[in-house]
Design a protein around this ligand. Structure first.
Ligand code: PMP
Length: 472
């Protein structure tokens, strides 16, 4: 039994491949990743037989679960037609069908999709679209970008430049990161909203700060403001206070600055509406929006930028050619996968299920661990929830990183058969521990209950361990 215990003990400590002999450059050069043997529905099985309920769908990707037969069939059928064609010069029926499926009758003015292979590529593409838009309409002096603290937009050089993930930027910041980017506060009510402030006051203060930043940079020199409607990887599901995006939209309109919303993690239905921004009040729309992760549901690499007709008209008024392309843009198999995922979402009413199951999940999280000693804040929307852990609920003091609270949670849940997403680390110099829950939209009611049971039991174990560690 002890042997068995060791075998499944840790995400970071399982020895099922020889790292020195592997010719794959693994992200971790010192610890050994587990080998995934198969995945089906809401479960992932490792080659040592350990099976986990996938409560974070990888990194919020497998939105309809693993191994969906309709998606598999759609990819297979596409393979019999065409897998690859050079989509810079040609198009395919499946790419056209996917763009139609997402954009037909779009009430927000979004009218064109540019398909890429990841969220990072989508963000780089959006930044280049914004820049070329201004070049074409005769405002080439717009060179600056404003982004937010606690933001993550991807790991390519452009996307990392508008991200504020300190650790991921560190080795590159003096050599590869763009310097025409400045930052404003995140919408982080737990630590940002003052006690005497109402939600509206907090929102107004954040919008005022953005206005001051635009003024400081020079509003006629800013290309775009970039934000995640629900902050994911770096922020642990932070949501915006009521009215924030309406204020942001008004400011962007006032100065002619483009609004780029990043919905790579929170889009594709996860928050209970297809786009997360649709819950931010009337009049809110992006000029450019990025999607990724859930768009292809993990069945194939997929990302997209959706552009507003204003941006497209601007481009058309100039050279009429977007100076950007990728060999694998709009890859036919990825488009087939994404189209099939959209059909499953619609057939099974899964976006609405995100909203209803999301309300259930919020209640379940709050009623099981909400009042526990080290649970500082539970926040999110739909099926996208973050739990922030603190040493002291009253002062919100974070744990020492050496305590590895987040990793203890990830390891303990994993040992018990549950996969959650770690969000530890330093963002903008703020220490913090949080985990993300982002389940498949079609997990069964029983699986949802199992998630909550395993999570709260694991939390109980970690709480006891940490209590002991703190007195030691
Ligand atoms: N934007 C957001 C909001 C993300 O969460 C991520 C990935 N965590 C990215 C962009 C980058 O996506 P990818 O890893 O597919 O390049």
């Amino acid at each position: 039994e002890a042997q068995e215990e060791k075998k499944i003990s840790s995400v970071n400590g399982n020895f099922d491949i020889d790292l020195d002999a592997s010719h794959v450059l693994h992200n971790s050069l010192v610890s050994i990743p587990l080998t995934v043997a198969s995945a089906s529905g809401s479960y992932v099985t490792f080659s040592n037989g350990h099976r986990v309920l996938d409560a974070c769908t990888g990194a919020a990707v497998a939105i309809i679960g693993h191994g969906d037969p309709d998606v598999q069939a759609a990819i297979q059928e596409q393979m019999t037609k065409v897998c690859y064609t050079h989509t810079v010069a040609f198009t395919t029926p499946v790419a056209e069908a996917l763009a139609n499926d997402i954009l037909e009758g779009n009430p927000h003015g979004l009218c064109r999709a540019f398909f890429v292979s990841s969220g990072s590529e989508a963000m780089d593409t959006a930044l280049k679209l914004a820049r070329q838009f201004y070049v074409e309409i005769g405002q080439p002096q717009r060179r600056s970008l404003v982004a937010r603290q606690r933001a993550y937009h991807g790991n390519t050089v452009g996307a990392l430049s508008v991200s504020s993930h300190v650790a991921r930027r560190a080795p590159f910041k003096d050599a590869l990161i763009l310097t025409n980017v400045s930052y404003v506060s995140a919408t982080y009510a737990y630590r940002g909203q003052l006690e005497e402030e109402t939600e509206e006051d907090y929102s107004a203060r954040l919008v005022k700060e953005l206005n001051e930043e635009f003024q400081a940079v020079g509003p006629t020199t800013v290309m775009a403001f970039v934000a995640e409607p629900v902050g994911g990887a770096t922020a642990g599901c932070i949501t915006a206070p009521r009215g924030y995006y309406q204020g942001v939209r008004q400011l962007c309109d006032k100065y002619g600055i483009l609004l780029i919303l990043d919905e790579v993690m929170c889009g594709s239905g996860r928050t209970g509406t297809y786009f997360a921004f649709e819950q931010e009040g009337p009049g809110v729309y992006p000029d450019l929006i990025t999607l990724g992760k859930g768009l292809g549901g993990g069945y194939a690499p997929m990302g997209a930028v959706l552009a507003h007709k204003k941006v497209i008209r601007g481009l058309q008024s100039g050279t009429s050619y977007f100076v950007h392309s990728h060999t694998y843009q709009a890859h036919a198999l990825s488009c087939a996968a994404a189209l099939a995922v959209q059909k499953v979402l619609r057939r099974d009413g899964l976006v609405a299920r995100c909203a209803t199951k999301g309300r259930w999940l919020e209640k379940a999280l709050n009623s099981t661990i909400g009042e526990c000693k080290y649970v500082g804040n539970i926040r999110g929307k739909g099926l996208f929830w973050g739990i922030e852990f603190v040493k002291d609920r009253a002062t919100k003091e974070p744990f020492e990183p050496a305590l590895r609270f987040t990793w203890r949670m990830v390891d303990e849940t994993f040992r018990r058969g549950l996969s959650i997403y770690p969000g530890a680390g330093t963002a903008d110099g703020i220490r913090g521990d949080h985990v993300l829950i982002a389940p498949p939209y079609n997990a069964s009611d029983e699986e949802f209950e199992e998630m909550i049971r395993l999570l709260s039991e694991a939390y109980g174990t970690v709480e006891r361990e940490v209590e002991l560690a703190l007195v030691a």
